[in-house]
Design a protein around this ligand. Sequence first.
Ligand code: FES
Ligand SMILES: [Fe+2]
Length: 459
Amino acid sequence: MTAVSDGIIGSTEGLNPEQEAQVRSYIDLLDHDTREVPEVYRWTNPLQGVALTVPVERYTSRAFHDLEVEKVWKKVWQAACRVEDILEPGQFVKYDVADISVLVVRQRDGSIKAHRNVCLHRGRTLKEDDGRADSFQCPFHGITWDLDGSLKHMPCEWDFRHADGDWTLKQVQVDTWGGFVFINLDPEAPPLADFLGDLPRHFERWPLEKRYKQVHVGKVLRCNWKLAQEAFMESWHVVATHAQLLPGIGDAISKYDAWGNFSRTLTPNGVPSPHLNWQPTEQEMVDALTDRNLDEDPRMLVPDGLTARVAVANNRRAHLAKDLGTEVAEGLSDAEMLDSMPYTLFPSLHPWGSYNRTCYRFRPYGNDPGMSIMECMILSPYEGDTPPPGAQLRMVETDTSWTTVPELGLLARVFDQDDANLPFVQKGLASGALDEVVFAEYQETKIRHFHMVLEEWLA
Ligand code: FES
Ligand SMILES: [Fe+2]
């Protein structure tokens, strides 16, 4: 990170004047914050000119999907579960992506191991669900493995004298960060810390390991997994997809940055969209904003003389004081209280920064390039040293509203609006009318960065 110039830490080199003006509008809000804003908000690293267009076949072709499985899913660090999903010895989570299935297992000594969910005899999967076990017995012929994957019992061992290899289940690399258990199928893969790069530094102030998974919901969507997550990687679709939010969201004054294997958006809230051709009152800004956020009183009134931004920030500080204490809460900037800060770690984990509790994960669903799984986790703070058990994944039926999950609160309506586009984007891409899709240079920074990293993995 280079020196601060005009409130920016880093450089805006490569941006055209309109793009730079967008960054400066956001920095100007930080400069007018009622508190000192943490430096991480000012770190600036725009993406240079790559992946401005990508071939449509990335979203539609089975051959491309197969390549992704071989070159990405079998090689990359990926978040398989949360540590609080497997607090007890013998507890395990089954993590599936495409045809790959992995068991992530808490060991008796408290460590975590992972192995392929495949019997070494004739290849049956060992478990079809999450659960807790003393050992893993294959339902077919009963060969049994210990929690660490070592062979425990083999009926008719005398009949396998020819198979004198190692009968330990295929091991998978495991490491943790931020309360997530990451796995990697590639025994040669460099450590997780190398893969994360600077990301932990971005979350130092809001440690995700001090959260637990209070809510976990998922849905199978009728679109490619990349297409699904790309709907959550830019703020400029708000203008058409979530128009009800415009009075309270600075969609087109968002700041987008990318580093290494991750990227992020910073979208200010409590200010009107530059797209509006009328000036909302401060109360109208709050009404629009509280239509979409958890933990808000929807009828919050703006006190005389306060801006929407300050009023909502005050309100949220008061809420947070219950968790953090008044002194800490009082020191938090308006930006931390208000602004949307979704990060994306390649290939598909999307934890939000600051005190927002939202985290998304996306995956292919089986081997159909036109289907995917979207998940939303609500990661909440907890008291004491041990997190409460993580919530089990609850699947919402395809084509069913997210509003059937009351725990998602006001996020559900926004998700419904996002999801409504996706099957139709997939349909349009599959129609063969286009050879490539075109990305916005700045506002689709995160998507371009994703494709840039994807290209490196596929190369
Ligand atoms: S397939 Fe698993 S024991 Fe035979
Ligand atoms: Fe959206």
